[in-house]
Design a protein around this ligand. Structure first.
Ligand code: BGC
Length: 381
C-alpha cells in the first residue's frame, strides 16, 4: 500500500508540535534571572530547578554555587536549608567570599601541603593561600570562575550543565582541564551532581561541592543539635595545619565514630587532639562503600523540622566540617552565619592525596575521563 503522504506530513507536524511543547515545559522548570556582575564586569545568572514536590534549588554560574535549597519540613513548609547570598556581591566581597559558600571546588579540593606535589617525576609548586598550604584550588579556584551554563535534558527532567575550561598552568596546575558539572533535581527530592573532567596533560583533580547545610533553615543558630551518621570506619588524621599525617585510623572509641547516629554537639568539645586541631569536626572520613550510589554515606536529621538529608556518592571520602570558622560576621540570605550554624559534607578524594601514595590516586592522565556523582536527598521523618 502506498503511504498517504498527506497523513505522514500531518503526523510529522504533530510530532514536531508535541516535541515543541515538551521542550517548552522543560524550559519552564529551569528559570533564569540576572544575579549581578562580577568585580570584573561579567554578567552572571541564577538558575532555578524545581520539581513536582515543590522543591526548588537555585544555582548561579558564578562558581557553580548552590545559593538556595528550598526543602519541605514535616508540615510541608519549605525553608532554605543552605547558606547563601541574594546576589553575586555576597560571594565576591569579603568576608563572605572566603567561605566557599555552595561552590564547586577545584582544581584540587581541600589542601595540598606546602603547595607542592610531584607528578610523572616533576615537582609542581602551586600558590599557597592558607598559611603554607594551598586550600580549595588556590586564590582563584573554580569557586570564583564564571561557568558557561546551559539547560540539558536528563533522565530526571531538566538539568543545569555548567562548563569551565581551566587552562594549562592555571593556579600552577598542568594541563587544559575541561570540567563539566551537571546539577539535576528529580521528583524524589534528590539533587544530583555529576562531575566530568578531561585533560590534555597528566594532572591532579579533586572536585567537590561546598554547600553549608542547616536542616532547621539557613541562619538558624546551630547545627549542634542535629544528628549525623557517617558510614565510615576510618578517617585521615591531620596535623596542626590540617594536612593529613598519612595515617588512616579507626574511628572506634573516638568522638569521630558516627557509625551510629550521634548528636553532633555531644562530643565536639571532648579533649581529643584531632578535635582541638580541627577546632571541631573538620576531617576527611574514609567511606565504607566507595563507588556505591545505593549505600548511604552520610545521614543528617533535625528533630525540630523533621528534615533528613542523605548523601550518596561515588567518591572515597567526605570532609565533615562543622562550620568552625564561621564567625558571625557574614550576613547572607538566611541571616547571620555564626560559628557552627551549618555543616558541610564535601564528598571528595582525600586531602593532599598527591603527597600520599597510600591514598586513592587523584591523578588524571591525558586522554582519560574523570567521573564522579554525588546525590543529596531530602526527606522528612
Ligand atoms: C575546610 C575548612 C575550611 C572550609 C572553608 C573546608 O573544606 O576543611 O578547614 O575552613 O572548607 O574554607
Amino acid at each position: 500500500m502506498k503511504p498517504n503522504l498527506r497523513l505522514l506530513a500531518l503526523s510529522g507536524a504533530l510530532m514536531l508540535f508535541t516535541a515543541g511543547l515538551v521542550t517548552a515545559q522543560k524550559t519552564d522548570s529551569l528559570h533564569r534571572q540576572p544575579f549581578g556582575k562580577t568585580p570584573d564586569g561579567q554578567e552572571v545568572y541564577l538558575y532555578t530547578l524545581t520539581n513536582k514536590s515543590g522543591m526548588a534549588v537555585k544555582i548561579t554560574n558564578f562558581g557553580g554555587r548552590v545559593t538556595t535549597i528550598m526543602a519541605p519540613d514535616h508540615n510541608h513548609k519549605l525553608d532554605n536549608v543552605v547558606l547563601g547570598f541574594d546576589s553575586v556581591e555576597g560571594y565576591t566581597v569579603k568576608p563572605g567570599s572566603s567561605g566557599y559558600f555552595g561552590a564547586i571546588i577545584g582544581r584540587y579540593a581541600n589542601r595540598l601541603a606546602k603547595g607542592t606535589f610531584t607528578l610523572d617525576g616533576q615537582t609542581y609548586h602551586v600558590p599557597t593561600n592558607e598559611g603554607r598550604n594551598m586550600l580549595h584550588g588556590g586564590r582563584q579556584g573554580f569557586d570564583s570562575k564564571v561557568w558557561d551554563a546551559k539547560e540539558v535534558s536528563s533522565e530526571d527532567g531538566t538539568a543545569l550543565e555548567l562548563h569551565y575550561l581551566s587552562k594549562d598552568g592555571e593556579e600552577g596546575f598542568p594541563g587544559n582541564l575541561n570540567v563539566t558539572v551537571r546539577y539535576s533535581l528529580d521528583n524524589r527530592n534528590r539533587l544530583r551532581i555529576d562531575y566530568t573532567a578531561t585533560t590534555d596533560k597528566d594532572t591532579v583533580v579533586n572536585l567537590t561541592n561546598h554547600s553549608y547545610f542547616n536542616l532547621e533553615g539557613a541562619g538558624s543558630e546551630t547545627i549542634l543539635n542535629e544528628k549525623i551518621m557517617l558510614a565510615a570506619d576510618r578517617y585521615t588524621p591531620v596535623d596542626s595545619t590540617l594536612i593529613p599525617t598519612g595515617a588512616i585510623d579507626s574511628v572506634a572509641g573516638t568522638p569521630l565514630d558516627f557509625r551510629e547516629p550521634m548528636v553532633i554537639g555531644s562530643r565536639i568539645e571532648d579533649n581529643f587532639e584531632q578535635l582541638k586541631l580541627g577546632k571541631g569536626y573538620d576531617h576527611n572520613f574514609v567511606l565504607n562503600h566507595p563507588g556505591d550510589l545505593t549505600k548511604v554515606a552520610a545521614r543528617v536529621t533535625d528533630a525540630k523540622s523533621g528534615r533528613v538529608l542523605e548523601v550518596f556518592t561515588t567518591q572515597p571520602g567526605v570532609q565533615f566540617y562543622t562550620g568552625n570558622f564561621l564567625d558571625g560576621t557574614v550576613h547572607g540570605n538566611g541571616g547571620v552565619y555564626r560559628r557552627r550554624s551549618a555543616l558541610c559534607l564535601e564528598t571528595q578524594h582525600f586531602p593532599d592525596s598527591p603527597n600520599h601514595a597510600n591514598f586513592p590516586s587523584t591523578e588524571l592522565h591525558a586522554g582519560e575521563t574523570f567521573h564522579s556523582t554525588t546525590i543529596y536527598r531530602f526527606a522528612v521523618e
